[in-house]
Design a protein around this ligand. Structure first.
Ligand SMILES: Nc1ncnc2c1ncn2[C@@H]1O[C@H](COP(=O)(O)OP(=O)(O)O)[C@@H](O)[C@H]1O
Ligand SMILES: [Mg+2]
Length: 388
């Protein structure tokens, strides 16, 4: 099946403009045009829109109203307004209210138009990838939560199960002794004694059932602990890759300062450590207030310190209020109204500990937070030392 590209949707009530647009951009982009807001909305309901480029002055629905309607249908689509000089005030106003991302002047300059479209499509793709990534993170956190819950239940089950098993064994032995006794000493109770094997069998089945449940419970408890990963992991590589996967989104919202030194290897799981770095970066991004990009800063530092490797993710966002500080790493603790699971830091802490390391936070409320993870470095193998 042919995978459809996100489209560039151009809307203008002037048929000549639509034709010129198609001619000048149709070869580089998946262009679809519409002659009115209503026509455009019908297309928006059918196709994935990467970029909406709309004229402002149109009969029926204005470009800004259309942009607003498209925002509700496809929030990730990048909305651009194309206007003559007389509408500049309206355009600037629309930008300030977040209805459109920017405006282009009419008549357009072809190179400027193409590069604006290219940039917008890239931005659209980055945003979508980031959202997909957040979705995946959310899934992982959910699975982890399930694991934690299951392990908790398994743990709780083991005590009562051991009582059941122990008592059933007592009962089974008792019944067997009773049968022997009855047959020898009280033959007149014969009909009851004849049913004893049946009871014994029932108890035997129950014992079997209980021990099967015990086995399952033990399995669940162990499976959360027994995943041993002992690869030699280069954190420089892991962090570089993780930063790369979110830097598009990060750079849109903040200045990004990355200083990664070459560090000795640590022992463990590349995937899990990548997950920790991703958690910290996404949290940093989410902690940044809505303000001009130049005022937001996220820095990522990696360095070696006395037998350990230290990763720091710092932001200058909201920071952590003292009253919630001690709960940050608790499972399900979140202050986010939307989309928070409260598991990112709990998982990160668990992963840090699994790797023999630690995670901590320093924060001055209102001035941001610094999360630090320290992991033991692997001693360079003796064979790697130069021969004498
Ligand atoms: N960089 C940060 N700055 C300020 N607060 C943070 C930061 N990172 C995490 N937090 C706080 O810790 C809480 C728990 O984080 P986390 O376990 O990742 O769960 P979630 O992100 O789903 O809320 C967040 O809700 C937030 O209050
Ligand atoms: Mg988080």
């Amino acid at each position: 099946m042919h995978v459809r590209q996100p489209i560039v949707l151009y809307v203008d009530d002037e048929p000549a403009n639509l034709a010129v647009f198609e001619m000048s951009c149709g070869d580089s982009f998946e262009v679809v045009t519409a002659g009115s807001g209503a026509e455009a909305l019908a297309i928006v309901r059918e196709r994935e829109v990467g970029v909406l480029l709309t004229d402002q002055r149109m009969p029926g629905m204005s470009g800004i109203d259309l942009a607003e309607a498209v925002r509700l249908e496809q929030p990730e689509a990048i909305r651009l307004l194309i206007t003559g000089y007389s509408d500049l005030t309206a355009a600037v106003d629309a930008i300030n209210r977040g209805q459109v991302r920017r405006y282009l002047k009419k008549p357009w300059e072809i190179h400027e138009l193409r590069s604006a479209l290219r940039e917008s499509l890239e931005l659209y793709e980055t945003t979508r990838r980031l959202h997909a990534l957040e979705g995946r993170l959310f899934e992982v956190e959910r699975v982890y939560a399930l694991g934690v819950v299951a392990a908790g239940i398994a743990h709780e089950l083991r005590n009562p199960l051991s009582w059941i098993t122990a008592n059933l064994s007592v009962l089974k032995e008792g019944l067997a002794a009773l049968q022997t006794d009855l047959l020898a000493k009280a033959p007149d109770t014969l009909s009851l004694a004849r049913r004893l094997p049946e009871f014994l069998e029932a108890v035997g089945d129950a014992v079997e059932g209980a021990s099967r449940i015990t086995e399952i419970a033990r399995g669940i408890e162990l499976s959360t602990r027994s995943q041993r990963d002992d690869d030699l992991v280069d954190l420089n590589e892991v962090v570089t890759l993780t930063v790369r996967s979110v830097q598009g989104e990060l750079r849109k919202r903040a200045r990004l300062d990355v200083a990664l030194e070459a560090v000795p290897a640590v022992r463990g799981s590349r995937t899990k450590l990548g997950q920790v770095a991703l958690n910290l970066l996404v949290n940093a991004l989410q902690a940044l207030p809505d303000r001009p990009r130049a005022e937001n800063l996220v820095s990522v530092r990696l360095a070696a310190r006395e037998g350990s490797v230290r990763l720091e993710v710092q932001d200058n966002g909201a920071g952590v209020p003292p009253e919630v500080r001690s709960r940050l790493f608790d499972p399900f603790f979140t202050t986010k109204k939307q989309g928070g699971t409260g598991l990112g830091l709990a998982i990160s802490k668990k992963i840090a500990e699994e790797h023999g390391g630690q995670i901590g936070v320093v924060s001055e409320p209102g001035h941001g937070a610094t999360f630090t993870i320290v992991l033991p470095a692997v001693d360079p193998a003796p064979a790697a030392r130069p021969a004498r």
